[in-house]
Every structure is written in C-alpha cells, then in structure tokens.
Design a protein around this ligand. Structure first.
Ligand code: SF4
Ligand code: SF4
Length: 320
C-alpha cells in the first residue's frame, strides 16, 4: 500500500496580520522580522492593502491584526490601511505599537481619536525590557493613558514585565545590562524565554537527526502575515515568502524550489541542498532547526548573492 503525498497548497486562512512597514524606531533583540531604523521607509499603499485583504477574505479569513515595523511612523498611511480594511468588511483585532511616537497626552489622544473614527477599537501596546532598551517607559504609559481617555481598548503585550520596567526611571531608556544588574544574571534568559521556547544551543547534527520530516509549519494558517510587497509569510518562517497571487494553487517547485524542499524534505533537505550545491559550511551549534534554516538562507543570499523569489524581502537578510 502507498501513501498519498500531502499537497503543499495554502487554500484556507484562519488568523493573521498585515505588515505595513519594516522600518522601526527600535531594533529589539527578539524581533522576528529583524525590523530596525536601517530599513527603507517604505509603507504599504492602499492598492496593496486592498489586494492583500481581498486575498485574505477569499481564503475564508474575516479578521486580522496590523503590525510592522512600527505602524504609527506613517499616520496617514495607517489611517488609509484602517479605512481600507474596514471598508472591505474585515475586522481589525488590533494595531500594534511600540509607543515611540508619543509626544504628549493631547496629541496622542488626537491621533487615537482619529483612528477610532476610522474604525480602530483596540491598540496592542508592547511592554518588554527589549523595547525599553530603545523607548522610555513614560511613552508607553502615556499611550495607555491616552487610550483610556479616548476609550480605546488596550491589549498590553505583556503585563508580566510592567513592574520590572516601571522600577526604573521612566524618562530614560534602559539597556539589558541594567536589568541583569538589578534582577540578576538570569533575567535576560527569563525575558527571552517569554518570547522563545528554545534557548539551548544544540550541535547541528543533532538538529538534523531529530528533524527528519518535512516542515508542515509552512502550511500553518493560524499565524500568517501579508506584507507591503504582497508577500505571504507562513507562520513564524520570516524571510520565506509566497507571492499573494500564488496562494490557492499548489506551490510550484520551479518557482519555489527552496520552499518545496523544506516542505517535503525539511531542514535536512535544505541542509543537503545548500551544502552540496552551494558550499555551505555550518556552525557547530544552533538554537533550533529554524535558526539553522535562517543561516542556510542567509548563506544563499549574502555569501552567494543568489536571488530567489521565495527569499523575500531581501533586506530581511541584510538586517537579520
Ligand atoms: S518595536 Fe516591534 S517591530 Fe520594532 S524592532 Fe521591536 S519588536 Fe521589532
Ligand atoms: S526550518 Fe525553516 S521552513 Fe521549517 S519551520 Fe523553521 S523557518 Fe520554517
């Protein structure tokens, strides 16, 4: 008896978000998309927003969040996004912000009231020691206060760190070193563990031998993103992209050879391919198969200068 080969196709979407921009005021250590001030100041336009949302709707999803980068760095752009998404009948769960744009209470209330009128009801406010390395905490507290004043819902992400951060002078930024000095050497580890479950470095051979199957995560539709370039980014696989217009069809091995290899052959398949054909020399240890996957892809883009439509956006590799 033979088993049918599972198909690599994204023909349904459950839950995800829209990336409006990759540039950011911060460069947080844990940022999945390697956002930072080094990115070009490009922001999603109305047409791309509409095309992304129509695709999301056509695949059965009626509710999204909006994030970046820092979405508030282009207020007109953000207003257009909120209005476009609402006009297309898709619910916005929340917009994410790091609060760097806060100047004073009155102007923050004005910004939030205007977005509320456009259809936004909830703001996700980032609260973490990683953010506090780049943004004074009074800005975060100010944005939360402004939300309460204009009756905008707050989704604090995450409250666990609030008291630790608030113990420092809120007018200044505070590097992680100050946290470890105050809370002990294990503080960074605790903070990182909140955002990532794996912290141990493992020999690459062990990672390969314990991950023999294909990467079914590529078909996970419960945490997808669409970005300002029309890329669909599966799950937590940042730097891997399928063009929006190719969703709903089987992923082509000709157009997406690396994704195909990862889906059917997993990290071992990609490792063999990049080692044999492109001279990849691995480090001894990695945090996870995804850490190794990123190093393999970085080798193709940066060391070999190869162009793949599935390794997008290119600037991700330059900034990761
Ligand atoms: S504020 Fe958010 S988008 Fe910006 S670098 Fe930090 S985690 Fe990334
Ligand atoms: S190994 Fe690569 S493709 Fe597989 S889940 Fe991790 S990032 Fe995604």
């Amino acid at each position: 008896m033979f088993r049918l080969k599972r198909k690599f196709v994204i023909n349904r979407l459950d839950s995800g978000g829209l990336i409006t921009n990759y540039y950011c005021t911060s460069k947080c250590k844990h940022c999945l998309y390697a956002c930072s001030p080094a990115w070009d100041r490009q922001y999603i336009d109305a047409e791309t927003t509409e095309e992304n949302i129509l695709k999301i709707k056509s695949l059965g999803c009626r509710s999204i969040h909006i994030g970046g980068g820092e979405p508030f760095l282009n207020l007109d752009g953000l207003t257009t996004v909120v209005e476009t998404v609402c006009a297309l009948g898709v619910h916005i769960e929340y917009v994410e912000t790091n609060s760097s744009w806060y100047k004073d209470k009155d102007s923050a209330c004005e910004v939030l009231s205007s977005l509320k009128e456009s259809g936004l009801s909830t703001l996700l406010v980032s609260i973490s020691p990683f953010h506090n390395e780049h943004i004074p905490f009074y800005k975060v507290k100010g944005v939360m206060e402004a939300c309460r004043t204009v009756d905008m819902n707050i989704f604090p992400w995450i409250m666990d760190f609030y008291a630790d951060i608030d113990a420092f002078d809120d007018k200044d930024k505070h590097p992680m070193e100050e946290y470890t000095n105050r809370y002990g050497p294990k503080y960074l580890r605790r903070a990182l563990k909140t955002f990532s479950t794996v912290l141990e470095m493992t020999p690459y051979q062990e990672i390969l031998s314990s991950n023999q199957g294909g990467c079914v995560e590529l078909r996970n539709v419960s945490h997808f993103h669409f970005d300002l370039f029309g890329n669909y980014i599966p799950g937590l696989c940042s730097g891997l992209s399928i063009h929006r217009d190719d969703l709903g069809h089987e992923v082509s091995p000709e157009k997406y050879p690396l994704l195909h290899t990862l889906f059917y052959g997993g990290i071992t398949g990609l490792f063999d391919l990049v080692s044999d054909k492109h001279g990849f020399k691995s480090s001894e240890r990695y945090l996870s198969k995804c850490h190794l996957c990123l190093d393999l892809r970085r080798h193709l883009v940066l060391d070999r200068g190869l162009e793949y439509s599935e390794l997008q956006p290119l600037a991700f590799y330059e900034n990761a």
